[in-house]
Design a protein around this ligand. Structure first.
Ligand code: AMP
Ligand code: MG
Length: 403
C-alpha cells in the first residue's frame, strides 16, 4: 500500500501511539540530561524569582514620590546583586540598586540611573515610573509548587537551565529507546575499510546513529547485512532485542532488494509499503514480533530525509514524549519551480533573509545519493504534489534541517 506523506505520518502516530508502552525510568545528573525526556512533572521549589528583582541599575524608590519632577530623594544606601538592604525605604528616600539585587522593602519601583543626577546623597530623579517598573515581582514567573515542566518534555538547553534554577542536580528521565541499525547491501563496506572502486562506505549507519542520538535514542549497530536472505534474516533476528529497528537499503524493486521478503517470512505486518514522497518513496513501516521497524531506502539522502520525517517523531513518541510532527515554516521562492511528479518533494535547500523576508533556493544536488548537497543545505524545501508551477516570490513550506 502506497500512502501520501500526511497519511504515512498519521499511520506512524496511530500505530506507535496506540502501542502505549512507556519506557523505564532512571535518574541522571543534570549534565547528562540533554535531549532526554522527563519522566515526571517538575515543580518550582521556591517562587521564581524568589524576591522582587531589579532588572536595571538605578534607584529603588516609591513611585508615589515622583508626582512632581524633578524629585529630589535622599539616598540612604546601596544594594548589589547577592546582597540585602536591611532597612525599609521611607517616603522621600531611595537606595542605589544594581541589576539582580532584591528590591528593599518600602520601595516599589526602580528608576534607571540614566534618568538621575546625583548631588552627593541627594539624587535628582528626572522621570516618573509606574509601580513595579524595572522590577520582576516575586513569583511572577512561577509560584512555589507550580508545575514548571510536564512529564514527557524533551530536555533542551532552556529546560536544562530551568531545572538548574529549581535545584535539580539530578533528574528522572525515561530510559533511552534502543534503536538497532541494520544497513544492507553487498556493495556497502565498513568505513575503516578501503573500498574497491565499485563499493560504497557505510555512511547511512553513521548518520543514523547521530540522528538517533539527537532524538534521544541509543543506537545499536548490528553490522552490515549482505543481500542474502539467510544472513539478512539472522541479523534482523539479532535486532529483535531493540525498541525500534531501522533497516537501510533493500526496499526498492531490484532483484536483490530482499528486506520486505525476509521481514514477511518472519511474520511482519506492514502498515505501509511506499509513500508518495521524493526522496524516500520506497519507505516501509511495520511491526515484526512486537517490534516496530522502518525499512529506509538506502540512498543516503533518502535515509536522512525519511528519518527526519517519520523516524524522529516515532522515536520521540517511543521515548515517552508527546508526538512532535515536523514543523514547516514559510519562505519565498528565489526562483521559479516546476514539477509534475505527483509527489511531495523535500529538496535540500538554503534559506536566508533578504529585505526582512526569508528566501529559499534549492542547493544544486545530484539526487538522492548526494550527501554533499544535504550537508550544504540548511533546510528542505517542501513542494506539494499540486504545486506544479511556482513563480519566484511565492510563499512555500520549508523544513529546517535541524540536528
Ligand atoms: P538500495 O536502497 O539498496 O537500492 O540502495 C540505494 C543506493 O544507496 C545504492 O546506490 C546504495 O549503494 C546506496 N546505499 C545503500 N546502503 C548504503 C549505506 N549503508 N551507506 C551508504 N550508501 C548506501
Ligand atoms: Mg541495496
Amino acid at each position: 500500500m502506497v500512502v501520501t506523506y500526511e497519511q504515512a505520518l498519521s499511520i506512524v502516530q496511530d500505530k506507535i501511539g496506540s502501542a502505549n508502552r512507556l519506557p523505564g525510568v532512571e535518574t541522571v545528573p543534570l549534565d547528562q540530561a540533554f535531549c532526554r525526556i522527563l519522566a515526571g512533572d517538575v515543580t518550582a521549589d521556591r517562587d521564581l524569582p524568589p524576591f522582587h528583582r531589579a532588572i536595571r541599575d538605578g534607584y529603588a524608590l516609591r513611585a508615589a514620590d515622583l508626582t512632581v519632577l524633578p524629585a529630589v530623594l535622599r539616598c540612604v544606601g546601596e544594594v548589589a546583586a547577592g546582597r540585602n538592604f536591611e532597612a525599609e525605604v521611607q517616603p522621600g528616600q531611595c537606595v542605589s540598586i544594581m541589576t539582580g539585587a532584591p528590591l528593599p522593602t518600602g520601595a516599589d519601583a526602580v528608576v534607571m540611573v540614566e534618568y538621575s543626577v546625583s548631588h552627593g546623597d541627594d539624587i535628582e530623579i528626572q522621570r516618573r515610573v509606574q509601580p513595579w517598573e524595572n522590577v520582576v515581582r516575586r513569583g511572577s514567573e512561577a509560584a512555589q509548587g507550580a508545575r514548571i515542566l510536564g512529564r514527557g518534555r524533551r530536555l533542551q538547553a532552556a529546560e536544562i537551565g530551568l531545572l538548574a534554577s529549581v535545584g535539580k542536580a539530578k533528574v528522572a528521565v525515561y530510559r533511552k529507546p534502543c534503536v538497532a541499525i541494520l544497513p544492507t547491501g553487498d556493495e556497502v563496506v565498513p568505513i575503516e575499510q578501503p573500498p574497491q572502486w565499485f563499493q560504497v562506505r557505510n555512511s547511512n549507519a553513521a548518520a543514523l546513529a547521530a540522528q538517533i542520538q539527537s532524538a534521544g535514542g541509543m543506537p545499536l549497530q548490528l553490522g552490515i547485512a549482505p543481500d542474502r536472505t539467510d544472513r539478512l534474516r539472522g541479523m534482523i533476528e539479532q535486532g529483535l532485542v531493540s525498541d525500534l529497528l531501522l533497516l537501510s537499503g533493500g526496499v526498492s524493486m531490484g532483484k536483490f532488494d530482499l528486506v520486505e521478503e525476509v521481514l514477511a517470512e518472519l511474520g511482519a505486518e506492514f502498515f505501509f509499503q511506499g509513500t508518495a514522497i521524493r526522496p524516500g518513496k520506497p519507505l516501509v513501516f511495520g511491526r515484526v514480533r512486537g517490534l516496530f521497524f522502518f525499512g529506509l531506502p538506502g540512498n543516503p539522502v533518502s535515509t536522512y530525509v525519511t528519518f527526519e520525517l517519520f523516524v524522529r517523531p516515532a522515536l520521540v513518541l517511543l521515548g515517552g514524549a508527546s508526538f512532535e510532527p515536523p514543523v514547516f515554516l514559510r519562505a519565498r521562492l528565489a526562483k521559479p519551480f516546476r514539477q509534475k511528479t505527483g509527489l511531495t518533494m523535500f529538496l535540500p535547500a538554503r534559506v536566508w533573509t533578504q529585505d526582512f523576508d526569508p528566501v529559499v533556493e534549492p542547493v544544486g544536488w545530484q539526487g538522492s545519493g548526494d550527501l554533499v548537497g544535504v550537508a550544504a543545505a540548511n533546510c528542505f524545501l517542501l513542494i506539494h504534489p499540486e504545486q506544479t508551477d511556482l513563480a519566484a516570490g511565492e510563499w512555500v513550506d520549508v523544513m529546517p534541517k535541524g540536528q
